[in-house]
Design a binder for this molecule. Structure first.
Ligand SMILES: Cc1cc2nc3c(=O)[nH]c(=O)nc-3n(C[C@H](O)[C@H](O)[C@H](O)COP(=O)(O)O)c2cc1C
Length: 395
């Protein structure tokens, strides 16, 4: 990357795109890349807010040097220690002699564990401020959005919220950096996928962070991934508020696990019957085909969830089990759930899907049903009622 971009006055975006990494956190597909955003405030005192991943650092330090124009770096503020943002801490610390690292007590434990740095530290607590001259920074502790040490840095002067991973998105910044420079149709899906895959399991902590931020006027949301929101920051705040309250759209995701097609036939039948009830957003996915990252994104998007599994050695199908485990772990809520399956001897699919529903405390909108052997028109009729109830529940 050979450029930096002014955000407001003395604040500069100094990020990088990563289009090479195939899996974020070595699990979530990154077909469209990701950006790591870092920010420099070149005020009377100079401050860098978060760094980037080491593997793609390239000329990061040269770009900082160019912006500093012969001055030194006074502070490095660390909002989040995940390696995609903390990767250059040691490089910055070694290069800019005397730079003070600003973080909280939990951050510093990790800074020492990662980089062996235990000097030149300025510990901040909730509400503490740092005066850079024109800019005055205030630190807001937002634990578990997305790690225990996470905090946000709020620029009181220009009302910029440096939010760390919160309000972030998958997707490289292909030229456009700001919300008014991009086509949001692309980013909305990637942003929800990022939220649901990475931050979603901490939704209650996101709501707590919102409660803390609610009286703070925000003109710019500057996250560590994806676009910088300067024209309509309220839009991204509203989206995150909705997602973290598990508010979803009218629609149904049907996900099936099938080896020989019986369960898939039931999924198709249920999809058709739901469509007959006037629901337009219906997505049918094969759990063996669609990556769990996209499944979770769709589940977050739509109110209705219909899961179907063939029986597999007295259990549900392993990949369906993986999905349900992840959903339980995430504490998924507010779903209108229905279950179906197929078996040839003692069952196992639906029985275990029911256990999942109980554990996850999800409401079943219809009695689960399963087919013995191959589906036919007669056997499939039992799903008419299930489809009707699902459709009614998501309207
Ligand atoms: C490896 C394997 C394990 C199975 N385990 C069970 C089982 O535990 N209980 C059962 O009733 N049927 C079991 N079945 C039968 C299938 O669940 C049944 O044929 C079902 O209709 C297959 O659905 P599908 O066509 O969607 O794959 C098993 C089949 C296979 C191939």
């Amino acid at each position: 990357m050979f450029y930096t971009v002014p955000v407001v006055g003395k604040v500069h975006w100094i990020g990088v795109n990563d289009r090479r990494k195939r899996l974020f956190e070595n699990i979530w597909p990154m077909d469209r890349g990701v950006s790591y955003n870092s920010y420099l405030i070149a005020d009377e005192k100079t401050a860098l807010i978060d760094t980037i991943e080491d593997r793609v650092a390239g000329n990061y330090i040269e770009r900082i040097e160019a912006l500093l124009d012969g001055r030194t770096l006074d502070y490095l503020v660390i909002n989040h220690m995940e390696p995609d943002h903390s990767g250059e801490i040691k490089a910055i610390f070694d290069h800019f002699k005397g730079v003070k690292i600003v973080g909280n007590t939990k951050t510093f434990k990790m800074v020492e564990a990662y980089w062996g740095i235990n000097e030149n530290l300025i510990e901040v607590n909730d509400g503490d401020t740092l005066d850079l001259g024109h800019h005055k920074l205030k630190f807001v502790m937002t634990p578990w959005v997305h790690w225990p040490e996470t905090m946000m840095t709020y620029d009181l002067t220009e009302q910029i919220l440096f939010s760390g991973d919160a309000f972030g998105s998958f997707g490289a910044l292909d030229g456009g950096i700001f919300d008014d420079e991009i086509n949001f149709n692309f980013f909305e899906d990637e942003m929800r996928r990022y939220y649901s895959n990475i931050v979603g399991k901490y939704s209650n902590m996101v709501q707590k962070a919102f409660a803390k931020l609610k009286d703070i006027p925000v003109k710019v949301v500057a996250s560590t991934h994806g676009p910088v929101w300067r024209s309509n920051p309220q839009k991204v705040l509203d989206l995150y508020d909705r997602w973290s309250r598990y508010e979803a759209e009218e629609g149904v995701v049907i996900i099936f696990a099938s080896m020989y097609g019986n369960t898939e036939e039931i999924a198709d039948y249920i999809g058709r019957k739901i469509a007959e009830q006037g629901i337009k957003n219906i997505r049918i996915h094969d759990v063996s085909r669609t990556h769990i990252s996209h499944l979770i994104n769709e589940i977050w998007k739509y109110r209705g969830l219909v899961l179907g599994s063939c029986a597999y050695n007295s259990e549900m199908f392993p990949l369906m089990e993986q999905l349900t485990r992840e959903l339980t772990h995430m504490g998924i809520k507010n779903k209108k759930l229905a279950l179906f399956g197929s078996y040839s001897w003692n069952g196992g699919g639906v029985k275990n899907l029911k256990k999942f529903a109980e554990e996850a405390k999800l409401e079943l909108v219809a009695e689960p049903a399963e087919i013995y052997g191959k589906p036919n028109a007669d056997k499939l009729k039992q799903f008419d009622e299930l489809a009707k109830k699902v459709a009614e529940s998501v309207k």
